[in-house]
Design a protein around this ligand. Structure first.
Ligand code: PMP
Length: 438
């Protein structure tokens, strides 16, 4: 008798096929999900996503950020469909390119021009190029844990020559002295300080910029003639439609900003916004790409940004995020577990102190070395709630308070499972870093 062949789920079957033709399964980072996560999805609506097995999840990753208003937002989809019917890759862009640039410039007090790309990496890499072109200098200061993209300018590793990251110096986020020291080392050759909207290094709590740090970077740029480049790719439009630092570091304006992720609610688009003084360098160091004129994402971006404003989407997301955070903290306390909830509430991260104490040097740690958060996430996943174990999560405007309450019902069971497996912590006290508020 032939042995019974195990019946594979659709997701397992796709994984098996992917293993043959896709070297990283679906993506570099998805291998880090606990095993009961699905890899392949068939549809999504609002804050829910349905995987290929037919299981419906509450989605707290929002495609790693791009879904800002909710999957399939009607106004965005209508604008995209209208433009698609007219054409997307025409001999040149539609009027939407001008309209979108006007909208972004009118919203962003410091900016007087916009340029468009496809990915966040395109935008941050262009910022580095523009800064060097504008200042005719070479050095760029960056914080090593702050991810800025997958281009050779930012990502080292196999296949990247050291020379491709020459003329870069490092500072530590929120440590102004380290930035001053690095600027001194660059001497008169400092082109730009590149800074993340907030600190989102893997295996660290998320950290908002201190006012002293943000103001100090601005001052350092003013003193040296370098440009301040804000990487707002991950936080695009989620914290403030004028740019994240108008909320997180009021009064501190960059010279260049890179946007992507949320600006078109899931359609591929990135943008660089610049100060008037940098217009000439933007003309001389232009960006291009096969899809530079694609109009559908631009039409989607206009509709997205208008809906963020007219639907008061950021305030709604903050209200839901605050409910989620306070609920998680109360549950952790009730189970005598010490956790940290960090970041702006609409881009939250939960960590367990017990994991951190077992692996104090978090850098490079894989999820299997953070057993509590892995267990907590798999318990949530088993009940259809999708959190990432160590990347910040994302709320969108469709995460209503009812959805948050349904989520908290699940997370309560997840905390109980962690407490039962690992035991309670000695002194329970949720540690909280300040959240961004409007
Ligand atoms: N900067 C930040 C802060 C990001 O989070 C990312 C993407 N995760 C990028 C840049 C690069 O964007 P992309 O993946 O669209 O190239």
């Amino acid at each position: 008798m032939p042995a019974n062949k195990p019946v594979l789920t659709k997701d397992e079957e796709l994984r098996a096929r992917a293993a043959v033709v896709l070297p990283n399964l679906t993506h570099l980072s998805t291998a880090n999900y606990p095993p009961n996560y699905s890899q392949f999805f068939s549809s999504a609506d609002g804050c829910h996503a349905t995987d290929v097995n037919g299981k419906v999840w509450i989605d707290y990753m929002c495609s790693f950020g791009p879904i800002l208003l909710g999957h399939g937002h009607p106004a965005v989809e209508a604008a995209a469909a209208e433009q698609r019917a007219k054409g997307s890759a025409l001999p040149g862009p539609g009027s939407c390119m001008v309209e979108l640039a006007e909208l972004l410039v009118s919203l962003t007090p410091f900016a007087s021009w916009a340029m468009f790309q496809k990915n966040g990496s395109d935008a941050t890499t262009l910022c580095a190029r523009l800064a060097r072109a504008h200042t005719r200098r070479r050095y760029i200061l960056r914080a090593p844990g702050s991810y800025h993209g997958a281009s050779h300018t930012w990502m080292s590793g196999r296949g990247v020559l050291d020379e491709e990251q020459a003329f870069q110096l490092e500072y530590t986020f929120n440590d102004l002295e380290s930035a001053r020291e690095a600027a001194q080392r660059a001497g008169g050759d400092l082109a730009a300080i590149v800074v993340a909207a907030f600190r989102w290094d893997f295996f660290h709590d998320l950290e908002l910029p201190t006012q002293e740090f943000a103001r100090g970077l601005r001052q350092l740029c003013d003193e040296t003639g370098a440009l301040l480049v804000l990487d707002d790719v991950r936080s695009s439009m989620r914290i403030d439609v004028r740019g994240s630092w108008y909320t997180l570091a009021p009064g501190v304006e960059p010279d260049l900003t890179a946007y992507c992720k949320g600006i078109a609610n899931g359609y591929p688009l990135a943008a660089v916004l610049g100060r008037e003084a940098t217009r000439l360098c933007a003309q001389k160091a232009p960006s291009t790409g096969s899809f530079w004129a694609s109009s559908v994402p631009m039409a989607a971006a206009i509709a997205t940004i208008k809906a963020v404003i007219s639907e008061d989407a950021i305030s709604k997301t903050v209200a839901s995020g605050e409910r989620l955070r306070s609920g998680l903290q109360a549950q952790a306390r009730a189970y005598d577990l010490r956790v940290s909830c960090s970041g702006p509430v609409q881009m939250p991260l939960l960590t367990f102190e017990g994991d951190r104490e077992a692996s104090p040097d978090g850098a490079g740690v894989k999820q299997d070395r953070w057993p509590r958060i892995s267990r907590w996430c798999s318990e949530c996943a088993a009940r259809g709630v999708w959190f990432h174990p160590f990347h910040n999560n994302f709320l969108n405007a469709a995460h209503t308070l009812d959805v948050i309450n349904a989520t908290l019902h699940v997370t309560d069971k997840a905390f109980r499972a962690v407490r039962d497996e690992f035991g309670p912590d000695d002194s329970a006290a949720a540690r909280v870093t300040p959240s961004a508020r409007l």
